[in-house]
Design a protein around this ligand. Structure first.
Ligand code: NAD
Ligand SMILES: O=C(O)C(=O)C[C@@H](O)[C@H](O)[C@H](O)COP(=O)(O)O
Ligand code: ZN
Length: 362
């Protein structure tokens, strides 16, 4: 089994990466001081696939585990779904030492984490991510949230899990579209922090798209290391952590502007990264071939780089509500080279408009 540590003082936790690991969850949790009552939160696709394995592992180790499933999809990242989890937690008698376990993709992780952060003012939270996106990004770092109609992840908290259990074998059932969406965040990590890893992705694209287990495990581990390192230096996004948001200023606006269901998060982020790269180019921060290297990598992984679903004006109103903005000024994460980004708040509005028009075609 591989292990990556997230070093956050008293909030430190391990990430275990191993095929078959979802069957060991009960054993690992029984070694800590948690109450026996526990709630597994999943969705209507993942619950039927892997819920029984997880619940059986918990029950075999003395836990009274219950499974609650929300509808699969981004629409479940809402307060109504959180309320459903609170109700199940109360009915199941969860106390302050009970765990809430997220078994699913980023939607389930963000939602269950939000419920765990707020139920009884906070109960222990465990991440068992089942999409590539969740295994390389959302299960690590403690951002938990639900969406608001006026913007993405606007209601949330920083709430670290106690443990992350990654089972790469569950990716066997992951649809190709979801694999590709996860690859957008994988590419992002290469772009912001590791140009050798970015080259590795391009050199191994056929194996990655064919879900080669050894290559995927290597990718998962490297992504967890990159993300852990950034979060360890700036847990609450005072400065450095903003780099993990590369592509998200435009990407989140596209998700919200297109009504949250049209694009997978990773797809919107792919378009957003391309937009951020163009903006960087127009500001003279990076070369044209750097923009092309990113664009071609995204296209190689079957990801979109443009969207005709939203209007530039509409995207601007969402961008103005971005969480990185302070006192009305927009903090942009911009590209200098593959492996190096910078944060700038002095980007002229006409350049932003030019890029939004270019990537939306409107
Ligand atoms: N907290 C963070 O740091 C962070 C980071 C990145 C993204 N996110 C959030 O994550 C969400 C996107 O996550 P996602 O892309 O995992 O989407 P998702 O959770 O909606 O999962 C995608 C689809 O795959 C299905 N699925 C999941 N695992 C499966 C498996 N093993 N086999 C078959 N089907 C499976 C799900 O049921 C769902 O239909 C967005 O809301 C985004 O904002 C959060
Ligand atoms: O962990 C982070 O920090 C990130 O920004 C990771 C992103 O991939 C993720 O989509 C995150 O949920 C975005 O957070 P937000 O603060 O911009 O809502
Ligand atoms: Zn993201």
């Amino acid at each position: 089994m591989e292990e990556v540590k997230v070093d956050l003082g008293i909030h430190s936790y391990p990430i275990y990466i191993s095929p078959g690991s979802i069957g060991y969850l009960g054993e690992w949790l029984s070694q800590a001081d948690f109450s026996t009552r526990t709630l597994v939160v999943s969705d209507t696709t993942v619950g039927p696939l892997y819920g029984e394995t997880v619940v059986a592992s918990l029950q075999a180790n003395g836990f009274a585990a219950e499974l609650v499933c929300v509808a699969a999809g981004e629409a479940s990242k809402c307060l109504t779904a959180a309320e459903k989890i609170y109700t199940q937690a109360i009915l199941a008698g969860l106390d302050r030492k009970s765990t809430i376990i997220a078994l699913g993709g980023g939607v389930v992780g963000d939602l269950a984490g939000f419920a765990a952060a707020t139920y009884l003012r906070g109960v222990p939270f465990i991440q068992v991510p089942t999409t590539l996106l969740a295994q390389v990004d959302s299960s690590v770092g403690g951002k938990v949230a639900v969406d608001h109609i006026l913007g993405k992840n606007l209601i949330g908290a920083f709430y670290q899990p106690k443990l992350v259990v990654i089972d790469p074998a569950v990716l066997e059932t992951l649809p190709d579209r979801e694999l590709k969406a996860g690859l957008a965040e994988v590419v992002k990590h290469g772009v912001i922090a590791d140009n050798d890893f970015f080259a590795f992705l391009n050199d191994n694209s056929p194996a990655i798209l064919a879900k080669d287990p050894a290559v995927l495990s290597r990718i998962i581990r490297r992504n967890c290391e990159i993300k852990a390192s950034v979060v360890e230096q700036d847990e609450r996004e005072a400065n450095l952590r903003m780099i993990l948001n590369f592509g998200h200023t435009i990407g989140h606006a596209i998700e919200a502007g297109a009504g949250f269901e049209r694009y997978r998060h990773g797809e919107a982020i792919a378009i957003g990264m391309h937009g951020a790269a163009l903006l960087s180019r127009y500001l003279g921060l990076c070369r044209e071939d750097t923009v092309l290297a990113l664009k071609n990598t995204l296209l190689r992984f079957g990801l979109p780089v443009q969207s005709s679903e939203c209007r530039a004006e509409q995207l601007l109103s969402f961008i103005e509500r971005d969480k990185k903005n302070i006192s009305g000024s927009i903090n942009w994460v911009l590209l200098e080279d593959i492996g190096r980004v910078t944060i700038r708040s002095d980007v002229p509005a006409d350049l932003v408009k030019r890029v939004l028009t270019e990537i939306t075609g409107i």
